[in-house]
Design a protein around this ligand. Structure first.
Ligand code: 6GU
Length: 259
């Protein structure tokens, strides 16, 4: 998979050189390229923002550096971003377009399903806005070259898209074949089946007077599985009643299909 990330603070993405994602890069499973948006400005002050048209607080990211940066990424990926009128067929090159993910609290919610879907794509481009956001016309223009996805990672506000990009890149790339040491852990973790994961324990069996549930020491794998499922349901009902309600509805639907 190829990922490009554009920002005025590309140093944020150094965090992705650590741990499993760093290893995935060194092994060639992930080609992660970072770009400094200011490298695509044309004025002496390397300006990337301006006052909001129509008035209001804060600053808005000006469109042209974004178009130049994204055209650079397209050209680098072998796509001709600005064909002349006499070059038919170049505007929509063969193959699926790269996905342009624009982090914003006003975007569609990024979930485990989104991560799964995006992990199947060949090329992802992330555009980190700062200030009050990027001029809306950038997404309209980018729609000619990318599948554009404004995305939020939750109902709270961050100062910029960089940290959200790190979150999304980690959630997506850990699903790539070969990135996780033990791919079986993907099947049991929270959200894999719409429920929270069961509580886990290790040795010693008694620690500071606290015992692990006896069933887990029994060696009876059928009963252990049943116990863990029960814990998943109890935990999800208590902590995430919204997910629990969805699960019950899905179960009832499945039961009706059986009947
Ligand atoms: Cl993706 N970006 C920003 N700036 N704030 C957010 C967010 C994204 N998701 C939630 N809050």
């Amino acid at each position: 998979m190829r990922i490009d990330a554009v920002s005025i603070f590309p140093e944020f993405f150094d965090a992705l050189d650590l741990s499993l994602i760093g290893k995935a890069q060194r092994e060639g499973l992930l080609d992660l390229r970072r770009h400094q948006l200011r490298d695509f400005t044309v004025d002496r002050h390397r300006t990337v923002d301006d006052t909001p048209t129509g008035g209001g607080a804060g600053m808005v990211m000006t469109p042209e550096p974004w178009a130049l940066a994204l055209e650079h990424v397209l050209a680098d990926a072998g796509r001709n971003p600005s064909p002349r009128e006499d070059e038919p067929g170049q505007r929509h090159p063969a193959g699926e377009p790269p996905v342009l993910i624009v982090p914003t609290p006003a975007g569609e919610l990024f979930t485990q399903r989104t991560a799964e879907e995006l992990s199947e794509r060949e090329h992802l481009v992330f555009a980190a806005g700062r200030y009050e956001g990027i001029d809306q016309r950038v997404t309209a223009w980018a729609g000619h070259h990318f599948e554009v996805r404004p995305m939020s990672i939750g109902d709270y506000v961050l100062n910029g898209g960089e940290v959200a990009i790190i979150v999304m890149v980690e959630a997506i790339t850990r699903l790539l074949p070969g990135v996780l040491g033990n791919p079986e852990s993907l099947e049991e973790e929270s959200h894999a089946d719409g429920l929270l994961e069961y509580p886990v324990y290790t040795k010693p069996a008694v620690w500071r007077g606290l015992e692990v549930p006896e069933i887990l020491l029994s060696g009876n794998h059928a009963r252990i599985e049943e116990h863990r499922r029960e814990e998943q349901l109890l935990r999800t009902r208590r902590i995430r009643p919204d997910l629990y309600a969805k699960h019950i509805v899905a179960q009832e639907q499945a039961a009706r299909r059986e009947a």
